[in-house]
Design a protein around this ligand. Structure first.
Ligand SMILES: O=C(O)CCC(=O)C(=O)O
Ligand SMILES: [Fe+2]
Length: 331
């Protein structure tokens, strides 16, 4: 990943926005997050609590706000923003949850921190059919689901954008690290179409821009059928968005199948590991970056890897018809 930089802009050659808070900045974030965590009813999914989060987030350290704003404007070649040095009391963390579909409803310090920052990037949203519509979701290994192509598994997770099948995919996916797998640092993998594009043959690019692919919903979604035919690359030929899930997207003809397979190899070859440590929060731009996960060995001893995930949308009006009372949950 790129070198650290203090200003709220990305040097042209840098791969990712990488921002390490100073001790003083961490204290400022901690004070806001604690104040938010103590705001009644101390529930993440409560509209009043979220309104407070939206307001308090404006007071985050200027350096952090500058960078979030710059990342929103242009996510850089890597399409990733990594914030480290966030407040986290590792000693006070409970055991890593182990159940399927686990979510964080309580306004804990890490949940409040992720929401404060996420709400500066855009609108935090969730899907009623996924993880019971909770805004903060636990990403933890689940016994019996080791082989599943979901965030409950521990086998390699194929590169994907989040909810590739869905018309209202998140614009950004945030992953906040509470606990890392003991002795196993690498977990989340990312791969940016902005990096990969020059390596993709012109003829494959043309095919990938055509509606010759369909995508099925992931295992975490409890309903929904496959999409209509869609392109994998969309928008500017020089800087396209990518829409693919290599576990769920299939090609409708042989030529498209080969182009898709070559894309898969390129995206894997150019991928990098985001080695998240506790107190680090990564946002990936879900329009230009695929993410996946390296395999790891869960121990189910309460000390397993534990991330908390939030989804961010940029345009709140676009999904209004799907959100009751202008709330945060679609579906
Ligand atoms: O476990 C990870 O690092 C990422 C899992 C994932 O794809 C997700 O939670 O959306
Ligand atoms: Fe994912």
């Amino acid at each position: 990943m790129a070198t650290e930089h203090r200003a709220g802009f990305l040097p042209a050659d840098a791969d990712a926005y990488r921002l390490r808070l100073t001790g003083a900045e961490r204290d400022e974030v901690a004070a806001l997050a604690r104040r938010l965590a103590g705001t009644a009813p101390a529930l993440v999914d409560d509209p009043g609590w979220l309104a407070t989060a939206r307001r308090l987030g404006n007071r985050l350290p200027a350096h952090l706000l500058d960078t979030v704003r710059a990342f929103r404007h242009d996510p850089g070649k890597g399409g990733v923003l990594l914030v480290s040095g966030l407040p986290l009391h590792e000693d006070a963390l409970p055991e890593t949850p182990g159940g399927a579909g686990s979510v964080e409803r309580a306004a804990t310090l890490p949940a409040a921190t992720a929401v404060l920052i996420g709400l500066q990037l855009g609108e935090i949203v969730a899907y009623r059919q996924e993880k019971s519509g909770a805004l903060v979701q636990n990403v933890v290994p689940v016994r019996g689901l080791e082989a599943s192509q979901s965030n409950a598994g521990s086998v390699p997770l194929e590169f994907h954008i989040e909810n590739a099948f869905h018309p209202y995919r998140p614009d950004f996916v945030g992953l906040n690290c509470l606990r890392q797998a003991v002795g196993q640092k690498a977990g989340t993998l990312v791969s940016s179409i902005r990096r990969a594009l020059p390596v993709i043959e012109e003829s494959d690019r043309r095919v990938l821009h055509q509606a010759r692919f369909v995508t099925a919903p992931p295992p975490s979604f409890r309903s929904g059928g496959s999409t209509e035919a869609h392109p994998v690359l969309d928008g500017s030929p020089d800087d396209p968005n990518i829409r693919v899930d290599f576990n769920a997207t299939s090609a409708l003809d042989d030529e498209a199948k080969q182009a898709l397979e070559r894309l898969r190899v390129i995206m894997m070859d150019l991928s990098t590991a985001v080695e998240l440590s506790p107190g680090e929060l990564v946002f990936v731009d879900n329009r230009v970056v695929l993410h996946g996960r390296a395999p790891f060995t869960p121990r189910y001893d309460g000390r397993d890897r534990w991330l908390q995930r939030v989804f961010v949308h940029l345009d709140n009006r676009r999904t209004r018809v799907h959100r009751t009372d202008n709330g945060a949950v679609m579906g």
